[in-house]
Design a protein around this ligand. Structure first.
Ligand code: DON
Length: 298
């Protein structure tokens, strides 16, 4: 089935634009495509470039949110909302109207609040996240890409503006330079489709980690999946629900993870992005996946 999906989406592989606003991301070959499915027990099936590491970028926002909720509980929701923003992922515009409370944890402003919370809880947010991803993927080689982190930092004025603006409303607790560093390191983590499908499994397993221990109560796993469905693909979340019908989270590296609760996880990667910052071939592949299998939540 994966081979059929790859053949079906071949005309769209290479379509769209590779993210250029972070120079270190702009040199990726747009013609790459990989897809992996992990079942609940951790068996992985893949096609194409499914073992090729790529920049996870905003996909890590899901894992940071899960860790912040697992360790700090629902207090986080006093500082960040759970509604789609209808704006680009790096937009500043709603923050002033809404008193420094970002719409959701998957736009950059919301993710900065989540990383701030994780930093308060752990003292080392990005290392905590990396260790979690290594454990859940079973891959000790998952690591940061220092070149991408430095490039993000060099071109991080927009994120710095978001952090300072929220700090002016009292919604950032840690020193902003350190917070931004942890956020940029978090975005720079490199993983392949198999790693990401495996690491996302706790959301398909109703909160259970790879080793069988519980990361999250069932309620929180359900709620994170719901926020992924409504907010995981920025101002294209409605279109993603319409075409794919699964909780999903994208990143500007061209990856998307999706969850079929109680069944499996899927990760697809192809670097060409649509204007909203979501992988063109990735969305097409997930659309084919849910259409061919019927494995959508709808
Ligand atoms: O904050 C940024 O601009 C990036 N490091 C994360 C971008 C990202 O993947 C968000 N959207 N797709």
């Amino acid at each position: 089935m994966l081979r059929r999906i790859e053949a079906d989406v071949r005309p769209q592989i290479g379509a769209g634009q590779v993210a250029a606003y972070i120079p270190a991301l702009s040199c990726v070959d747009p013609n790459r495509f990989g897809m992996a499915i992990a079942d609940l027990d951790g068996k992985v099936y893949g096609v194409g470039d499914w073992r090729q590491p790529f920049s996870t970028q905003s996909i890590t926002k899901v894992f940071a949110l899960a860790l912040a909720l697992a360790q700090g509980g629902d207090d986080l929701w006093e500082r960040v909302g759970r509604e789609p923003s209808g704006n680009p992922f790096n937009s500043l515009v709603q923050l002033e109207y809404e008193n420094g409370i970002p719409r959701n944890p998957f736009i950059n402003a919301g993710a900065l609040v989540v990383t701030d919370r994780l930093q308060t809880l752990t003292g080392d947010a990005s290392s905590e996240l990396l260790e979690f991803l290594r454990q859940e993927s079973g891959n000790p080689d998952v690591t940061f890409d220092p070149e991408v982190a430095a490039s993000e930092s060099d071109h991080g004025d927009r994120n710095a503006a978001l952090a300072h603006f929220m700090a002016s409303y009292g919604n950032i607790a840690n020193p902003i330079p350190a917070l931004l560093d942890h956020y940029f390191w978090q975005c720079s983590i490199e993983m392949n489709c198999a790693d990401l499908a495996l690491a996302t499994r706790f959301l398909a397993r109703h909160g259970l980690r790879a080793d069988g221990t519980r990361l999250l109560p069932r309620r929180l796993a359900k709620q994170i999946n719901a926020v992924m469905l409504t907010c995981g693909t920025y101002d294209a979340a409605g279109e993603f629900a319409y075409r794919v019908g699964l909780p999903g989270k994208s990143g500007v590296g061209g990856g998307i993870v999706a969850v079929v609760p109680g069944v499996c996880t899927v990760c697809v990667w192809s670097p060409g992005l649509d204007p909203q910052g979501n992988s063109v071939a990735g969305i097409a592949a997930l659309d084919r996946f849910t259409t061919l299998t019927g494995l959508s939540v709808f």
